[in-house]
Each structure stands twice: as C-alpha cells, then as structure tokens.
Design a protein. Structure first.
Length: 94
C-alpha cells in the first residue's frame, strides 16, 4: 500500500489524539506505522491502519509513552549521579 500525504498526516494527528505527547516519539511511531502499512498487502487504509495499531499490542501506544517517560527519568537521574560523582572525584584529586 502506498500512503498519500493526507493519510500520513491523519496518522500523525491520530497518534497525538491517542495521547502521545513527546514529539520525537510521535514522529518515530508514525514512521513505524507508515512503514508497516506500506509493507502490508492490505489495500484498505482503515484495515491496514487498524492492523498496524494492533501490532503494538493492547494499550501499546499508551505503554510506549509511559515507558519512554520512565526511561527518560532514569537517564536524567543517572546523568545527575555521574555529574555529582565526577565533581567528588575532582575534589578528591586536588
């Protein structure tokens, strides 16, 4: 199936309506969905889109958003710990 620009825009807007609020995450999900649909033999847009969403599993998009936020928080705290540790190391060496 080949998607036109209106269909791609619909996918992007629908992902946001489904609660994906992180712009880079929304773009990545839209790209995955478009690739999935373009490789699908289904010619009906609605059916192909439903199948693409189903591939993420039950509450898939919501879970991806939650897990991404948790990972970003973990990365932030790890980075803060590394910064503090390097400050302590520099002070110790002096």
């Amino acid at each position: 199936m080949e998607l036109n620009s209106d269909q791609v825009e619909f996918i992007r807007q629908d992902i946001c309506r489904r609660g994906i609020t992180i712009p880079d995450l929304a773009d990545g999900i839209a790209d995955h969905i478009c690739c999935f649909m373009e490789n699908d033999l289904e010619t009906d847009f609605a059916k192909a889109y439903t199948r693409a969403l189903d591939a993420f599993g039950e509450n898939g998009l919501e879970n991806i958003q939650k897990e991404t936020i948790l990972l970003l928080i973990l990365i932030f705290y790890n980075n803060e710990h590394i910064k503090k540790q390097s400050t302590v190391d520099r002070q110790y060496r002096q």
